[in-house]
Design a binder for this molecule. Structure first.
Ligand SMILES: Nc1ncnc2c1ncn2[C@@H]1O[C@H](COP(=O)(O)OP(=O)(O)OP(=O)(O)O)[C@@H](O)[C@H]1O
Ligand SMILES: [Mg+2]
Length: 321
């Protein structure tokens, strides 16, 4: 359904997408993840036929996004990051207008607009001006717009951004129901959602693909290590002392707690249990410990690991070589 080969996008000397290749098969729901500035929206815009790439090729629903961008737009339901909704139009009026632009007409058009308003929960807002809607409702209208022509492929750029938890669940159920008929590529920062919804995850950072696997496999890879959270009150360089313990791969200083307590996360090598060693160290150094627990890594930890280990911060300029 999507076939991307060596796709690159440069904006004025800055590489936003750097030679990426991936495929999405029909019927898959694929999560497109990455930190801010990673290149997700850029890739999605290109795949929807709304922006040219600098080099490489991409086929969507059998069409070339560069040569057949009109066919691509017809086959894709694209929900942009910041949906350019017409603020002076009423919800129903807007969706009918959009449906007509996408080739629907007459009774079928009106019926379909009614269906998508129902699906996305905007029915009670159908007579409101879009400009007067809350952010969450605007998101829902944008989603209704993406769905209205029953596209084979949905490309959704942060569809749950701004939605409340109930509505997020609603979108998740909606995506699951769409699965039989549609292929979905979605970006989001809610990793819990991805774990529950997506068949596969593509992680991108600094314009490059860092991982491409099922959420379960990605988390399992990290599970060869465990995490140990501790809350400690002590003097000296706690970070260095903890890092020096055998079996400890990495120590992260977590958010500041009410002083004097500090919270650390230790990444521990497989097969090691460093809890006793931490306690011995604490006794030796006269630290107090008020919490210590082990945790198996989640997809969120995988994400942070990939994001942190990618070298330069994701928004720093990557110059063309
Ligand atoms: N129109 C533009 N002109 C110049 N640079 C741009 C433009 N759009 C994006 N960029 C840059 O390209 C890089 C990738 O941006 P992109 O919007 O694709 O990231 P993203 O992964 O969608 O991030 P976010 O999670 O913040 O939405 C960033 O460094 C960004 O500053
Ligand atoms: Mg984006």
């Amino acid at each position: 359904m999507i076939d991307v080969q060596n796709l690159t996008k440069q904006y004025a000397g800055r590489i936003a997408v750097n030679d990426i290749s991936f495929r999405v098969e029909p019927g898959e729901i694929v999560g497109f993840l990455g930190p801010n500035g990673a290149g997700k929206s850029t890739t999605m815009r290109i795949l929807s036929g709304y922006m040219p790439a600098t080099s490489g090729s991409a086929r969507v629903a059998g069409f070339d996004v560069f040569q057949q961008s009109l066919d691509v737009r017809r086959s894709v339901g694209y929900m942009p990051e910041m949906a350019p909704l017409y603020t002076e139009m009423r919800v129903k009026e807007y969706l009918r207008f959009r449906a007509e632009l996408k080739g629907l007409s007459g009774y079928a058009m009106r019926k379909r607009v009614g269906e998508v308003m129902e699906l996305t929960g905007v029915n009670e807002m159908r007579r409101r001006l879009i400009g007067n809607l809350s952010k969450g409702y605007r998101q829902r209208v944008a989603l209704a717009d993406a769905l209205v022509h029953q596209p084979k492929l949905l490309i959704l750029d942060e569809p749950t951004n701004g939605l409340d938890p109930v509505q997020i669940r609603h979108v998740r159920d909606l995506l699951r129901n769409l699965k039989s008929k549609h292929t979905v590529l979605l970006s989001t920062h809610i990793l819990h959602e991805v774990e529950q919804t997506c068949d596969r995850v593509i992680m991108i950072n600094n314009g490059r693909i860092r991982a491409n696997d099922t959420p379960q496999h990605l988390a399992a890879q990290m599970r060869s290590t465990t995490l140990l959270h501790i809350e400690v009150d002590g003097k000296g360089d706690l970070m260095t002392d903890l890092s020096a313990l055998p079996g400890v791969r990495k120590v992260a200083d977590e958010e500041q707690l009410v002083t004097p307590w500090r919270r650390f996360t230790l990444r521990v090598e497989p097969g090691n249990d460093v809890r006793d060693a931490v306690l011995e160290l604490a006794m030796k150094q006269n630290w107090r410990i008020r919490e210590m627990h082990r945790q198996l890594p989640t997809l969120e930890d995988v994400f942070v690991e990939f994001a942190m280990n990618a070298g330069a911060p994701s928004d720093s300029p990557t110059h063309v070589l």
